[in-house]
Design a protein. Sequence first.
Length: 192
Amino acid sequence: MKRSTLRAGAALPLMAAMLLALSGQTATAAGSGIDTHSAAPIDITANEAEVVNSKCVAIWRGAAEALQAKSRLRADTISVYSRPKGVGANGQPACGGTERIEAEGHVFYVTPERRARGDHAVYSAGNDEIVITGDVIVVQGLNVARADRLIIKVSTRQARMESNVVGAGKPGRVRGVFYPENNNTPADTPHP
């Protein structure tokens, strides 16, 4: 199996966007300030990498993993789409900044404070939002939130969790279990 590694400064919005997604977990999430403008390099590895200049896309396939400082994004595939900005000297399209980033299949994002999982994640610069879908679970300490979709407005850090299920008492609705900040153990756990 061939493994490719690339340090990609142009992909910086990938980790910033995912960090932001977790920083807005819920209104009750404990907030240690997360720097969404990190200058740390991004190290992306995968079983294979493909760059399609004519479409301004870089695709990382097979156990793709992006690391930045202490943050890690894993997925079956990570695709970074750049904005076309005219034609370069070689006749190929010139590609600009990041337009959209997609993580597909077994998406996991981990920081020292939080973990999130879903089936699919999309960061869209034009819409100013991150959407994580497919059995979404976000964990911070003992706090856990579940939904079908997590939508984060990047500029405002406003987060919304949604479910396909509606109606009281039905399984599969948006759910969160939160523990008070001063008590990091469940209420039924014996204390020493």
